[in-house]
Design a protein around this ligand. Structure first.
Ligand SMILES: C[S@@+](CC[C@H](N)C(=O)[O-])C[C@H]1O[C@@H](n2cnc3c(N)ncnc32)[C@H](O)[C@@H]1O
Length: 291
């Protein structure tokens, strides 16, 4: 594995799983069907060119090559560490000759010419991009006529802000005063300017329409359900919800005194170990065609 440096690679390759291989396996079991759906909406055909924006460690882009070895795939990201990592995986898969790697932000793909790409995919990237309209304009610009855009994004606004007594889906009423302090750490950026919270599914449709796409589809999947995933508590403590956020343990240590931390952790540990959480999630698949 390539040595990791930046926040993106540290999170994607370690902090999102709390370093736990079992948790990584569970995450991939959730992600493979998502990848397949994103690729199915991209409708890539033999010898076409796919651009995966914010490719990360290559979930979507490598998946495309597994399914259609004749295609050319452009991996793009702002993390050179992740591009290097994706490149080493492509080498292991023996598909380097079909791949190109570019370091570019989603809202400035000027290294790519107009109308050169058959399909653009992106998964969980726009939540980190402030200039979302500009990103959609770039996707439209680089697509050929007949080109397809296929996106998956979480709609984080759905579960935000959680009620006062809820922390990470757990009812922490007995320590809600402490939960408030820990949540403050995660609330550093105002929801109005935080790119993870400043949009919903209707905004995604509006961005696509404004960019010029004249056929647009959106599917929303909302779920509220008991969290039955068996989570080791130490893993929970080492897990961060996104690349820009601290782990639970880091947030607790920053927000609370040692005595408060002990009280908070003992309440949370029991809830996590007894699987008393509720998961609320909303995710959107958007796909669109350039005429
Ligand atoms: C949650 S990861 C998703 C990675 C990959 N798309 C996947 O499905 O596993 C977010 C990715 O977006 C990249 N990213 C963050 N901000 C970006 C930006 N402004 N432009 C392009 N990529 C960005 C990060 O480096 C990271 O690889």
């Amino acid at each position: 594995m390539t040595e990791t440096q930046d926040i993106w690679s540290k999170w994607l390759l370690r902090r999102r799983y709390g370093g736990d291989p079992q948790r990584m396996k569970a995450t991939m079991e959730y992600l493979y069907p998502v990848r397949d759906k994103v690729l199915s909406h991209a409708n890539l055909k033999e010898n076409e060119v796919l651009l995966d924006v914010g490719c990360g460690d290559g979930l979507i882009a490598s998946g495309a090559l597994e399914k259609l070895a004749s295609s050319k795939v452009i991996f793009s990201d702002i993390s050179q560490d992740l591009l290097n990592h994706a490149q080493s995986i492509a080498k292991e898969m023996d598909v380097l000759q079909c791949c190109q790697f570019i370091n570019a932000p989603a809202d400035d793909l000027s290294v790519l010419d107009n109308a050169t790409i058959d399909a653009v995919t992106t998964r969980s990237v726009l939540i980190y991009v402030s200039a979302k309209q500009q990103a959609f304009n770039e996707f439209y610009r680089v697509l050929k006529p007949g080109g397809r855009l296929s996106i998956f994004e979480p709609i984080n606004r759905f579960a935000y802000p959680p009620p006062e007594h809820i922390f990470w889906g757990y009812d922490v009423t007995p320590v809600k005063d402490l939960a408030r302090k820990v949540k403050e750490i995660y609330r550093r950026q105002s929801p109005d300017t935080n790119p993870m919270l400043d949009f919903d599914e209707y905004d995604l449709i509006a961005f696509a329409e404004q960019a010029g796409f004249n056929e647009i589809h959106l599917e929303l999947h909302v779920e509220i359900k008991p969290n039955t995933e068996r989570m080791d508590f130490e893993t929970t403590l080492r897990t961060a919800p996104n690349p820009k956020a601290p782990t639970v343990e880091e947030a607790i240590n920053e927000a609370l005194t040692p005595a408060e931390a002990e009280r908070f952790i003992s309440c949370l540990r029991a809830l996590v170990e007894e699987q008393h959480g509720i998961r609320r999630s909303s995710v959107a698949y958007l796909w669109a065609i350039k005429e």
